[in-house]
Design a protein around this ligand. Structure first.
Ligand code: ADE
Length: 398
């Protein structure tokens, strides 16, 4: 990949000679060229800024040096090739892992590092007439210039290129790759005497039981994401169900138990009628058993306008399958695809190595069976005494 960076502080980019990025440059995986904007300013003082039209504080970067620098860079590649120009700035689109992935697939990126109050807007017009241009922001805060953003973007992009990071597997299990934060990691000693406190590594990590470790790590990722970045959980899976704009899917808490009980009874009463049986576990739930279940399952609640309108839960069972359960939608909102939407969300929460998705429903619950079959499940077993069927679906694989 080729990278060109234009800046009035070329030395700011020196860290790109270090560590994995430096090695990738030396190995020829990255062709990174840093240009001094002042080389394109031709007056005696090599001036790159001037006062803003319309007044206001600070200085604005002049158009002529920028246009010349961009033209020289753009003309230095193979015939007909142009770079994708990234202009760091707090007013840009938010940089993300998804953007890093998409940029890593491009052959040539160029960066225009603004300083002061920014670059004359006509430079963006000049560039956009010649090459794709994206204004990109690291986050909702203001830096003194684009150089720090370039360091961040180049590192995030370059490490995704084949050969830059030695262990490619380590790229897969990282924060933001699948919408969840990373699980906590530990190394020796297993028992660390930290002054007068002994800090232990979680025992499951010493157990050698890989399934148990995977389940623990997945639960940690969910808990950590819920605690630190709940916004990721509500946006994972992107949309809200059709017709429920503004609805929010969140991990259930003890405070939800009472409403969950009411929702469960309302939903499973129809199951009792359809299957001609009151011996259905969800109908015998109490607020205590419901509360206890929250510690044993990942339970999710969907709220719309403050009202609890749906729920679903999942957990890894002993054979490594991801068991889905208690999928329920309030009676007046059924038939709108909300159940199917909740099913998709809980499937997304399964560990990447889940052996299969499994669930149980009433043998005569025709509406449920139709929905599950449409979602890819098939019946693999029956419990005639309980009047239930067992369904399974192969897990998604990337
Ligand atoms: N330049 C100044 N502030 C910035 C930000 N938040 N992101 C990217 N570049 C910037």
């Amino acid at each position: 990949m080729r990278l060109d960076v234009i800046s009035i502080f070329p030395d700011y980019l020196a860290p790109l000679d270090l560590s994995l990025i430096g090695r990738a440059r030396r190995d020829g995986l990255l062709d990174l060229r840093v240009h001094d904007l002042r080389d394109f300013a031709h007056d005696r003082h090599r001036t790159v800024d001037d006062t803003p039209y319309g007044g206001g504080a600070g200085m604005v970067m002049k158009p002529e040096p920028w246009a010349e620098a961009l033209d020289v860079v753009a003309a230095s590649g193979p015939p007909a090739a142009v770079p994708h120009l990234l202009v760091p700035g707090p007013g840009g689109v938010r940089f993300s892992q998804a953007m890093a992935r998409s940029l890593a697939a491009e052959p040539w990126l160029a960066f225009a590092c603004g300083r002061y109050e920014g670059i004359d807007e006509r430079v963006l017009e000049h560039a956009a007439a010649r090459m794709p241009v994206t204004v990109v922001s690291l986050g909702d805060y203001v830096l003194n210039g684009g150089e720090v953003a370039v360091l961040a973007v180049v590192e995030a992009v370059a490490r995704l290129l084949p050969g830059v990071v030695g262990n490619a597997e380590s790229l897969l299990e990282e924060s933001h790759e699948d919408g969840l934060l990373e699980y906590p990691v530990f190394t020796r000693p297993a028992s660390w005497a930290d002054g007068d406190v002994v800090r232990e590594v979680p025992p499951v990590l010493l157990s050698g039981d890989h399934r148990a470790i995977a389940a623990w790590r997945h639960a940690q990722r969910l808990a950590r994401t819920a605690a630190r970045r709940p916004d990721l959980l509500t946006t994972a899976g992107a949309t809200t169900p059709d017709g429920l704009a503004g609805a929010q899917l969140r991990p259930a808490t003890v405070g939800d138990a009472g409403e969950l009980l009411t929702l469960t009874r309302a939903c499973w009463l129809a199951e009792a009628v359809a299957n001609d049986s009151l011996r259905i576990p969800p109908l015998t739930e109490t607020v205590e058993t419901m509360t206890a279940s929250l510690g044993q399952w990942q339970t999710w609640v969907l709220r719309s306008g403050g009202r609890l309108v749906g729920t679903v839960r999942g957990r890894t069972q002993s054979g490594g399958e991801w068991r889905v359960g208690r999928l329920g939608v309030v009676p007046d909102l059924q038939g709108r695809g909300i159940g199917r939407w909740l099913l998709a969300r809980i499937e997304e929460r399964a560990p990447a190595d889940a052996a299969a998705f499994v669930l149980t429903t009433g043998a005569r619950s025709e509406g449920n069976l139709r929905m599950y079959k449409r979602a890819g499940y098939r019946i693999v077993g029956r419990d005639d005494a309980a009047g239930t069927v067992e369904l399974t679906k192969p897990p998604r694989r990337p």
